[in-house]
Design a protein around this ligand. Structure first.
Ligand code: SF4
Length: 250
C-alpha cells in the first residue's frame, strides 16, 4: 500500500497532484485539520475560508498498482507530490520510479524539509519553512529546526534541483519580524531564491486570525528588500481567480 489518498489533474496543463497522508512534524496550524483534499476543487474551494469548517479525513489509500492504473491514462507533464509529507511514504521510491522512468514526468516535491528527497528522482523542491527562531519552531511544529535548516542548505547548493520556498504569515504568532528573519536566512543561502508568503487560514480552536490583504502586501514589500523574488498568496476569501481548473481523479 502507498500513503496516497487523493489525485487531482489539470487537463489544460498536464499537471497532476498526488496527496500523501502522514507527516514527521505536528504543526499546530496544519491546514489538513481543515481540509485534506485539494482546496482548488469546486466542492472544497470556498469552505476553507470558514474558520470553523472541518472536512473529512482520508479513509482509503491506494495500492501501488491502483495508483498507476489511475495515472496510466493521464497525459502527465508534471506531477506535484504534496498532501502532508510525501517523504513519509515508504513506497515513494516506487512511485517516483514509475513517474520518472515509465512516464517521464517532471516531479515537484512539496516538503517540510525534515528529510532529504532522493535527488535523482526529483526536479523541483518547494520547501516550506515554518519558523527560524528555535523555540517558536518547536512550539509550532513540536520539533527542532536545526536539521531542517541544514537540509535546506544541502538542497540549495544542488544545481540539478530547482528550489522554491514558502512560509505562512500568522499575525501574532509567525509575525512580521519572523517572516523577515526567514527571508534573511534564505537570502544568506541564495539571494535569488523565490519566496512565497502565504496568508494563514484560521484553524478551529486556535486564537490567530488571517492577515488582512494590506498586511501581507506590506510584508511582501519589506521582504522584497531582502529577497527580491518574494510573492504572496492571500486568497481573498476565495475571490481570487484560480490559475487553472483541476478535476478529481481519485
Ligand atoms: S509539515 Fe505540513 S503537513 Fe506536516 S504537520 Fe506541518 S503543515 Fe501539516
Amino acid at each position: 500500500m502507498t500513503r496516497n489518498y487523493h489525485i487531482t489533474f489539470s487537463r489544460e496543463h498536464g499537471i497532476c497532484c498526488l496527496f500523501f497522508w502522514g507527516c514527521n512534524l505536528g504543526c499546530r496550524i496544519c491546514l489538513l485539520q481543515k481540509e485534506a483534499f485539494d482546496c482548488h476543487l469546486p466542492e472544497t474551494r470556498l469552505k476553507i475560508y470558514d474558520p470553523d469548517y472541518t472536512g473529512e479525513r482520508p479513509e482509503r489509500f491506494l495500492a501501488l498498482s491502483e495508483l498507476t492504473r489511475f495515472l496510466d491514462p493521464l497525459p502527465l507533464k508534471r506531477t506535484i507530490l504534496m498532501g502532508a509529507e510525501p517523504l513519509c511514504d515508504p513506497r515513494l521510491p516506487d512511485i517516483l520510479g514509475y513517474l520518472k522512468e515509465e512516464r517521464h514526468s517532471a516531479v515537484t516535491l512539496l516538503t517540510n524539509g525534515k528529510a532529504l528527497p532522493p535527488f535523482s528522482l526529483v526536479d523541483e523542491v518547494i520547501f516550506s519553512l515554518k519558523a527560524l527562531e528555535p523555540s517558536l519552531h518547536r512550539d509550532y511544529t513540536g520539533d527542532d529546526n536545526r536539521e531542517i535548516l541544514e537540509n535546506f542548505r544541502a538542497i540549495a547548493v544542488r544545481e540539478d534541483i530547482s528550489l522554491q520556498t514558502e512560509t505562512v504569515f500568522i499575525p501574532g504568532y509567525v509575525d512580521e519580524g519572523e517572516v523577515l528573519d526567514i527571508a534573511t536566512f534564505i537570502a544568506s543561502v541564495d539571494p535569488t531564491l523565490p519566496l512565497r508568503i502565504d496568508a494563514y487560514l484560521p484553524v478551529s480552536g486556535l486564537p490567530w486570525r488571517a492577515p488582512e490583504s494590506w498586511q501581507i502586501e506590506a510584508l511582501a514589500e519589506k521582504a522584497r528588500a531582502i529577497l527580491p523574488n518574494t510573492t504572496f498568496l492571500h486568497g481573498r476569501g476565495g475571490e481570487e481567480v484560480l490559475a487553472y481548473e483541476v478535476e478529481r481523479i481519485f
